[in-house]
Write a protein that binds this ligand. Structure first.
Ligand SMILES: Cc1cc2nc3c(=O)[nH]c(=O)nc-3n(C[C@H](O)[C@H](O)[C@H](O)COP(=O)(O)O)c2cc1C
Ligand code: SF4
Ligand code: SF4
Length: 269
């Protein structure tokens, strides 16, 4: 049984979930959506296909939506999704199902939310390490359960906001999707920036360049993934003025290099 796990992750939660899942599903291939070639379609010939990604504004990251158009499915695989979220997955799974149908003419057989620590510092500071540990342990157990369902190609009711409420939620997400690219005009680096270049390294969409003074300059095609803000070693990066002093979060096991490895070109063997 050939299995492919596609994933996108800004601060490591979905990366760890995708890796754990791939380990539990025999010989699953792990593919970062950020590494898909943009000049041609990527052939998906697996029997089981899983999408793992974070919830953004009760919907899906724009990069996940755009990646779907680059996939070409052969055959009729079992397709499911796991949306990692800090509280509620909203309409994310439903939106993925709609986009999958529209862009790939494929159906989502199952979709689940997976509670993990929230990373959206513009709205809240992170919890304590102890609370994160409890949340991550519960997430590990749920991944174990979900891997069994996926291996058995279980069809389930999608864990998503039902209609008609989903229309309102989707409306909010569409607003986010239209705003996100240029949302980076609200980022800035404080004087404490050391010019280390880590923010440039962890940005999966090459949206940060260091200027001649070694300061980050955002390039207006942002995904709002929060990697730059969360991984800056001196917490110099702020979004508007109110994120200063808010506790940061990225998955404790995910180093900047692990996160940035999502940019590495895939071999299509
Ligand atoms: C732009 C943005 C929007 C988010 N919106 C939601 C949301 O609507 N609901 C929610 O529960 N979590 C939301 N979150 C939190 C993330 O979905 C959650 O922390 C996720 O596990 C992060 O995954 P990652 O570490 O793989 O990037 C949001 C995070 C970001 C960056
Ligand atoms: S990661 Fe932080 S300290 Fe390093 S260059 Fe970026 S903003 Fe400056
Ligand atoms: S600029 Fe920061 S928030 Fe925007 S995509 Fe890059 S790392 Fe993510």
């Amino acid at each position: 049984m050939r299995t492919t796990v596609f994933y996108f992750s800004g601060t490591g939660n979905s990366l760890v979930a995708a890796r754990q899942l791939a380990e539990k599903l025999d010989s699953a291939r792990l593919i970062a959506l950020a590494s898909l070639p943009d000049d041609r379609q990527f052939i998906v010939d697996s029997d089981i296909v899983v999408f793992v990604f974070p919830v953004y504004a009760a919907g899906i990251p724009v990069i996940v939506k755009n990646s779907l158009a680059r996939l070409r499915f052969t055959g009729k695989p079992y397709i499911c999704a796991i949306a990692t979220c800090g509280g509620d997955a909203g309409a994310a799974i439903g939106i993925l199902a709609t986009e999958l149908q529209a862009k790939c003419s494929m159906q989502l057989a199952a979709g689940w939310k997976l509670l993990m620590p929230g990373n959206y510092t513009p709205l809240y500071g992170a919890f304590s390490d102890k609370v994160h540990e409890t949340i991550l342990n519960a997430a590990n157990e749920r991944i174990e359960l979900l891997s069994g369902l996926i291996a058995g190609r279980q069809t389930c009711r999608l864990e998503t906001t039902p209609a008609p409420f989903s229309w309102l939620v989707k409306f909010i997400w569409l607003g986010f999707a239209g705003w996100v690219g240029k949302s980076d005009r609200h980022f800035r680096a404080l004087r404490s920036c050391t010019g280390c270049g880590l923010c440039e390294k962890v940005c999966l969409v090459a949206n940060i360049r260091l200027n001649e003074k070694g300061r980050p300059v955002w390039q207006q095609h942002c995904q709002q993934c929060m990697a730059c803000l969360q991984y800056c070693p001196v917490e110099a990066i702020q979004f508007c003025w109110w994120t200063q002093g808010r506790r940061r979060y990225h998955h404790p096991q995910v180093t900047p290099s692990m996160l940035a490895s999502q940019k590495e070109a895939i071999s299509e063997a």
